[in-house]
Design a protein around this ligand. Sequence first.
Ligand SMILES: Cc1ncc(COP(=O)(O)O)c(C=O)c1O
Length: 396
Amino acid sequence: MTTPQRARFAEDALSRRATKVMTRGNTRSTLFVPPAPPYAVRGEGAHIVDQLGGRVIDANNNYTSLIHGHAHPRITAAVAEVVGSGTAFGLPTEQEVELAELLSARTGQERWRFSNSGTEAVMTAVRAARSYTGRGILIRFEGSYHGTSDAVVSRTAPGITAGVRSDVVVLPQGNVEAFDEVIAEHGDRVAAVLIDLMPNRAGLVPADPAFVEHIREATRAVGALMIVDEVISLRLSLGGLAAEYGADPDLITAGKIIGGGFPIGAVGGRADVLAVFDPLADTSVGWGGTFSANPVSMTAGRVAMQLFDAEAVQRLNGAGDRLRESLLAAGVAVTGRGSLMRLREPGEPADLWWAAYERGVMIGTNGLISLSTAMTEQDLATIERSIVKAAEQGRR
Ligand SMILES: Cc1ncc(COP(=O)(O)O)c(C=O)c1O
């Protein structure tokens, strides 16, 4: 439904300019809300300001990546300093070593490599698993989003070839029988099982630990690798969810918060698996990316992660748990864990998005709410009030 408030954004000069040069006026499919999304002008801690001067609480945080909100002074100071001495080199830098050391200490994964997005990290982790095992099949689970590389988008998506389809098996998460059937039939052709322990698009419902353990045992038994996609879930626990589950994966993928607001992706894992990227090996998997591991993302990521220490992780998860409990008590359908939650209200997601935005809170177009350490108790109370009212409006 296009209300007068929403129409103001579609009729705005910037929106009109944008649609002349970009289909629907922007780059990222996930940011579009009909009739046209607001455009961000400025971010200040927990808030953003749009092109019409509206100021809202950012409960989206660039789809969970801005763990400290916008323009955290410690991150901007560190970035300003590093930018002044060069933003990208045709040489490795100490900054990437520092971030790799930090991630290694936190997650327990021995070796790391960096990319510019979670999409690239997942794509390359899958290729590493195929190279390491000499096999082709990837098993993954329904409702999990792993970026937009061929192997992880819908098998029926336009542009996906029959070859890709035949190498990917998609199963319902948590269904042991279906999983065992595929392993029994194709186990010796499986390169990897890719799992997100709290899949966003499946509603942010945590994976069953017994299922995760079963995958670990089954993959070991048939010589396949287990890849845990931690691009979103790393924020939920100091060492990530894989460590908390005791999943002991061969590879993990990371992104979002580890870039401190700048483009990033990463693959971490066992030294012998990451050795597939060894440029001195007879055959090695190439890892490119002109801007991979650039010192700006590496520095911002290191500072953001240092600020997100054990106490900050716990505090933010506590705030999320309290918010979710209050929403549930007020009759709002919501799932999730810690600082991440997903509204499961009936009706058009875009209507809920606008209903929240018009009450001063920006959520994800898919109903995602992601907290940041920049939010005050007052911000959290506003989020609660606005979401309760937005959900009520949707049910009327
Ligand atoms: C679990 C998961 N994996 C991978 C990705 C892809 O990351 P990026 O958007 O940085 O390419 C995302 C992005 O939302 C994600 O949530």
